[in-house]
Design a protein around this ligand. Structure first.
Ligand SMILES: [Zn+2]
Length: 65
C-alpha cells in the first residue's frame, strides 16, 4: 500500500497521460473526494477522483511561497 499523496491547492502535477491538447502539467485548484485540475497548456478544468489522480501522477511540483 502506498501512502496517500500530499497534494495541495496550487501544486503542479505532471501526469503520465497527457491531455489531448498535448499538455501534461496540471494545476490543482480544488481538493476533496475529487481533485480539480486545470490544464496548464489549454486551461481546461477537470474533476477526477483522488485515486485516479494518484495513479496517474508522475511528479508533484510545489511552487515556492
Ligand atoms: Zn489541455
Amino acid at each position: 500500500m502506498r501512502p496517500p499523496l500530499d497534494i495541495k491547492i496550487g501544486d503542479i502535477l505532471l501526469l503520465r497521460k497527457p491531455h489531448p491538447c498535448g499538455g501534461s502539467e496540471w494545476e490543482v485548484y480544488r481538493i476533496g473526494a475529487d481533485i480539480g485540475l486545470r490544464c496548464r497548456t489549454c486551461g481546461r478544468c477537470v474533476l477526477l477522483p483522488r485515486f485516479r489522480v494518484e495513479s496517474r501522477v508522475k511528479r508533484i511540483t510545489r511552487p515556492p511561497g
